[in-house]
Design a protein around this ligand. Structure first.
Ligand code: ZN
Length: 399
């Protein structure tokens, strides 16, 4: 059985042959067995036709940086922050990451599955068809394995594609605050081997930042992860330049993320080692800061740039990639097609999935958003409205 997307207004997509984003206004798309098999005119008979009524279509979004495995939101902490509370005051009141850690440690697998399932429904309805998802609110062996198990279970049941990351090095858990190196040892000697044995995580991520994991500690964790065949990604240079982007280059990471405080040497290292720079403007926005990542500098250096949500309960409670497109255009001064490139094919590159998803091309997964708009500019312009008419995942309408 095949499906034809007909009467498409504009197709916006990366095209490998031309090595650029294109706007195609003449073509239909034929889908079979969940894949795009033809794009062009007069594609012949179809068992099923979806009339796009002159509207635009794009690839499904690839959200390459999320933290969805937690129990509850942290609205009380948000409220305290609005009233001027410091990080320490929030922590003393039982807020901050510790509350998420307690939540995950105490939760049953089924409770967590319910939460993550609902979040995946939201991602998909907002046009995200592939999502990277990190553990990192368990921070002990059992709770980290539980978090990854939950991601695997939801992935099996859900239409969205989830690519799990082990992030035991998200923060130091309360029981190790006085002996941080011992926690690094615990990650390397105990957690990573067991995570590899479990066989769910594809990547290992570390929060490499002053006050979190040092460059030396991060290097040690990432070296161990590599030995166990996990791919590498990093939270790098979010608050200060700590040399994390240089480490991402040295470790040949798939992606270095945040980068608000990246140095020139860091930029050079990403460039030399072909590391994708993943920018997360939602976090800067949500925290009410003005220090957006230096998009223009990274672009001038010729680095591939991806955009993602960083969805998490503390610093960025945002799941919408269309909203991230708005932020990227408004605050990073990204061109609209560049923003789409960053949310689709470059998101796929940041996950090393660019051969299967991220563009509307023959042989790729039929992961497609049908919009209620005729022109891409309407998406960042309508900051808040949902302009998605339909989401096609593996060739089937799922919205
Ligand atoms: Zn993050």
């Amino acid at each position: 059985m095949n499906t034809l997307l007909s009467n498409i207004g504009k197709i916006i997509t990366w095209q490998s042959e031309r090595q650029s984003m294109i706007i195609d206004s003449e073509s239909d798309i034929m889908i079979e067995d969940g894949l795009i098999i033809k794009i062009g005119q007069n594609l012949g008979h179809a068992d099923h036709i979806i009339d796009c009524q002159g509207n635009m279509v794009s690839p499904g979004f690839i959200d390459s940086h999320t933290h969805p495995v937690f129990m509850n939101g942290r609205e009380e902490e948000f409220q305290m922050r609005l009233q001027g509370a410091t990080y320490e005051e929030i922590a003393l009141a039982g807020g901050g990451i510790v509350s998420s850690i307690n939540g995950v440690r105490e939760a049953t697998v089924d409770e967590l599955i319910g939460k993550v399932q609902n979040r995946m429904d939201t991602f998909l309805s907002l046009g995200t068809t592939t999502v990277e998802a990190k553990s990192g609110y368990g921070l002990d062996l059992e709770s980290e394995l539980k978090s990854l198990y939950v991601l695997d279970k939801v992935n099996q049941q859900h239409n969205i594609d989830i690519h799990p990351t082990f992030m035991g090095a998200h923060a130091f858990p309360p029981e190790y605050l006085e002996n941080k190196d011992a926690y690094v040892e615990n990650i390397c000697q105990d957690m990573i081997p067991k995570v590899a044995e479990q066989g769910i995580a594809e990547y290992c991520d570390v929060f490499c930042e002053k006050g979190y994991f040092s460059v030396e500690q991060s290097r040690k964790i990432l070296h161990t992860a590599k030995q166990y065949k996990l791919k590498i990604r990093l939270h790098a240079d979010e608050f200060v330049d700590s040399g994390a982007a240089e480490l991402a280059g040295e470790m040949k990471a798939c992606s270095a993320d945040h980068l608000m405080a990246i140095s020139d040497a860091g930029i050079q290292s990403l460039k030399d080692n072909q590391v994708v720079a993943t920018l997360l403007p939602g976090t800067t926005f949500f925290l009410g800061k003005s220090s957006y990542a230096p998009y223009k500098k990274l672009k001038l250096a010729g680095i591939d740039i991806a955009l993602a949500t960083d969805f998490n309960p503390g610093s960025c409670y945002i799941q919408s990639m269309p909203f991230i497109v708005s932020l990227a255009c408004i605050y990073l001064k990204m061109d609209i097609l560049e923003a789409f490139k960053a949310c689709t094919i470059n998101g796929a590159k940041a996950l090393e999935l660019e051969n299967g998803v991220g563009s509307l091309e023959k042989g790729k997964k039929a992961d497609i958003v049908i919009w209620n708009v005729e022109d891409p500019v309407e998406i960042p312009y309508n900051v808040k409205e949902s302009l998605i008419r339909d989401v096609i995942k593996n060739g089937k309408s799922v919205k």
